[in-house]
Write a protein that binds this ligand. Structure first.
Ligand code: GLN
Ligand code: ZN
Length: 774
């Protein structure tokens, strides 16, 4: 037997780091540049400084190999579009005239030119700019950004690994350009794209890169054989290039499934695997594929998407198993740390009991370094880390915060009956008709009215102590009265209070529920210069006091028309927060649902006849793999029903969702058993109404007839014709007239005109219906 050579040293690394800087310097610089306060030189200087600080912070923490190219002034997919020269024709002149302004024009549009579309980056809350490709797309390599950032890191003495969006993922994330056939498949451009990637790899090699990481997260989704074949061909070609760094392909957010063995057998030198949560299936798949003999494996054992500390002992045992499966095993987070805030140490106001349970980017980096050290030098070398980790995990496991017996007992006692309305829909509909006495095709809105600068200023004044709670509440009361007066005058049938008191539809509830915590500095990038601070579902959830009762009943006291109560549903409460990783999501959703159920009961007891429970996130949180969807939809719809099913038959339950692609989840929508659902439909010309009708959806529907995404005012005839289209799919006694979504981003003038037109159109339609049936 040959003498065993010493095991290669495990490296600590990450795929990407938060871009904004500790004081959100990037946001300030970018927005300053847009506003003309900051010059391009100043902006680029701030950006270079942030990259330098990030690399230094990573290196000082013990990260052996730092990522480059993960930084972005706006979005890394847009950077890739620039890198491969896929600038849409409408933006070319601007990019030629000034690359930086052209870049921002693609991101944000200009007076004359529309931006690229923006959509969610997999199931995260980050949004990327969608590439537009067509049969005429000509690619051209522009390696300047990846090469210059690599050179910066090299000059600072780091050991860098450039990170790029992989070619297959880039194409799969694209949509057909406006002038391309609608069924154009961007993947057909792979042969044209690969020479461009070859040129970029050569440029990186030439500039001194030893490795390059190509991110292929689309491969964790179900892909047809044609895509798997394209992956095999792609990495065959890139692998056989002679002028290139070693290639590492990373897949994350789930397990690679069929793509794993394709990549394992490709002529590339390494693979990055997500080994957290359900993605841990990668471990068995890797063994089944014969491992990666002689190759490099980056083991993503630290969750890059949540904010909880790692179970170091568990990760060490995963890493030990992997040692036998690859030539070299390195340690990393499962994905870029872009999706978590920077530093939990900045959270000075968080309960000291909870603080040790939290790991943001900086803490995760330390975990990765400790794990690599443990792998290299044995657990004794990290015994202090392990002791602290064990204690923190134990404290979290046994805390009264995460284990409230009363909440757990109540959740465990939920029965099937609790999740079903007392009467079937047909009987409820009759009771609601009698109770509400609404006209045919009733009009309503989705909840929010314009969040004006004055409202935001009032909130800022309250926070800063410039006004007291009394003055703030008075301000809200005035606003609500104005919103109601407008709705009465314009003739809307079911009114709303307008949500002026809500900063955000999730945060507003999170702040009032026990078990949820807020951060002071926990910013994560949502898109471009927009950052959000998602609340944290830290413990068992309960409702210490009613949350919406006060303003809803106040509003109802001002009018004789029904005012809709307005709640955010359990799935959305989870989707836009950091969730617990110590229990199934369905259990957390059930606790939130029970709190909402109590709110529904309070509203109803106070005389609220219509209650809307928004679930805009239901569609977007759909698991990436089809096999996981039925289980998700089961707990998601059950949580919605648990929140709403306690309502009396005559109380009308509404729900609202935004996105227009419902095909896959129509059965789930039905399963929610809401009496009325409002959906986005104006842009797709009521397509969703037809889809629901075809699926035999039996309840009431409000397909949006007013696109609220732009200040454009829809005309009366335009709305009327959309309603007529709706009527061709849905009978008049089940159709509602409403906008696509809330009005909070709109200004008052266009809101007024649009809603007045909507009401006029609905009245006209009612006349048409009655005269045709007479
Ligand atoms: N009720 C919320 C609003 O009108 C719904 C928002 C949403 O669907 N995103 O603002
Ligand atoms: Zn919406």
């Amino acid at each position: 037997m040959a003498e065993s050579s010493p095991a290669p040293t495990a490296l600590a690394t990450v795929y990407g780091y938060p871009r904004q800087g500790p004081g959100r310097e990037l946001k300030k610089a970018v927005e300053g540049y847009w506003a003309g306060r900051t010059t391009d030189a100043e902006l680029l200087d701030v950006a270079a400084g942030l990259r330098r600080d990030n690399w230094r912070r990573l290196a000082e923490a013990g990260i052996d190999e730092v990522p480059t190219g993960d930084f972005s002034l706006y979005d890394h997919v847009l950077d890739t579009t620039v890198m491969v020269g896929a600038i849409p024709p409408r933006h070319r002149a601007a990019v030629r005239a000034d690359p930086l302004d052209g870049y921002f024009a693609m991101a944000r549009g200009t007076q004359d030119v529309a931006p690229l579309e923006m959509t969610k980056w997999f199931d995260t809350n980050y949004h990327y700019l969608v590439p537009e490709l067509g049969p005429d797309t000509v690619f051209a390599a522009d390696p300047s950004k990846p090469v210059s950032e690599l050179r910066e890191a090299l000059a600072l003495g780091h050991n860098p690994r450039p990170v790029l969006v992989g070619p297959v993922t880039y194409l799969l994330l694209a949509k057909p350009a406006p002038d391309a056939p609608a069924d154009f498949d961007p993947l057909t451009l792979l042969d044209r794209l690969l020479p461009v990637y070859a040129e970029i790899l050569a440029a990186l090699h030439e500039a001194g890169a030893r490795w390059v990481q190509l991110d292929e997260p689309t491969l964790v989704q179900d892909q047809p054989q044609a895509v798997l074949d394209a992956v095999a061909g792609c990495y065959q070609r890139l692998g056989s290039l002679t002028e290139r760094p070693k290639i590492l392909v990373a897949g994350y957010f789930d397990h690679l499934g069929e793509a794993l063995s394709v990549l394992a057998h490709a002529p590339i030198e390494g693979l990055g695997l997500d080994l957290t949560g359900p993605a841990a299936a990668n471990l068995n798949d890797l063994a089944a594929a014969g491992g990666l003999p002689g190759k490099r494996l980056i083991a993503g054992v630290v969750d890059g998407r949540n904010i909880w500390i790692n179970d170091l002992e568990k990760s060490l045992s995963t890493l030990a198993t992997l040692l036998g499966l690859a030539g070299q095993v390195d340690v990393a987070a499962s994905c870029s740390l872009l999706h978590v805030p920077l530093d939990a140490a900045a959270e000075t106001e968080i309960d000291p009991e909870i603080r040790p349970w939290l790991a943001f980017a900086r803490q995760k980096t330390a975990e990765i370094v400790a794990l690599a050290r443990g792998l290299n030098r044995g657990v004794r070398a990290i015994s202090d880390d392990l002791t602290d980790n064990r204690e923190a995990l134990e404290s979290r496991r046994t805390s009264a915060l995460t284990r409230d017996p009363a909440i757990r007992e109540r959740a465990a006692a939920v029965t099937g009956q609790d999740t079903r309305r007392a009467e079937p829909y047909a009987e409820r509909a009759r009771a609601q008709r009698n109770h509400l006495d609404l006209p045919l095709v009733p009009t309503t809105t989705i909840g929010s009215f314009p969040q004006t600068a004055e409202l935001r200023a009032a909130r800022a004044d309250l926070r800063a102590g410039r006004i007291d709670q009394y003055a703030y509440d008075e301000r809200m009361a005035v606003e609500i009265r104005e919103i109601l007066a407008f709705q009465e005058e314009s003739g809307l049938d079911v009114l709303v209070h307008g949500e002026p008191e809500r900063n955000d539809m999730v945060q507003y509830f999170a702040e009032q529920l026990d078990g949820y915590i807020a951060t002071q500095q926990g910013w994560v990038q949502s898109y471009g210069s927009r950052y959000v601070r998602p609340p944290i579902l830290a413990g068992d959830i309960s409702r210490p006091h009613p949350m919406t009762l006060r303003w809803t009943t106040y509003a109802q006291s001002q009018t004789s028309r029904p005012v809709k109560g307005m709640l955010t549903g359990p799935v959305t409460m989870l989707a836009w927060s950091f969730v617990r990783d110590d229990q199934p999501l369905g259990e957390t959703a059930r606790q939130v649902a029970l709190a909402l159920r109590d709110e529904v009961a309070d509203l109803e007891a106070a005389g609220t006849a219509v209650i809307q429970v928004d679930e805009p996130a239901l569609r977007e949180t759909l698991p990436l793999r089809a096999a996981d969807r039925p289980a998700y939809l089961a707990w998601a719809t059950e949580a919605f029903r648990l929140a709403t099913a306690g309502a009396r038959p005559r109380t009308q339950i509404h729900t609202h969702m935004c996105y227009a692609e419902f095909g896959e989840i129509i059965a789930a929508i039905d399963d929610m058993d809401a009496d009325v659902i409002s959906l986005e439909a104006a842009r797709s010309h009521m397509q969703v109404a037809e889809e629901l009708a075809q699926a035999g959806y039996p309840r009431e529907v409000g397909p949006g007839v007013y696109d609220i995404h732009s200040p454009r005012v829809p005309g009366v005839e335009e709305v009327a014709s959309l309603l007529r289209k709706g009527l061709s799919a849905i009978p008049a006694d089940r159709l509602w007239a409403n906008p696509d979504c809330g009005l909070k981003t709109r200004a008052w003038p266009e809101t007024r005109d649009s809603l007045e037109n909507l009401v006029t159109a609905a009245k006209q339609i009612r006349t048409e219906i009655t005269s045709s049936s007479a």
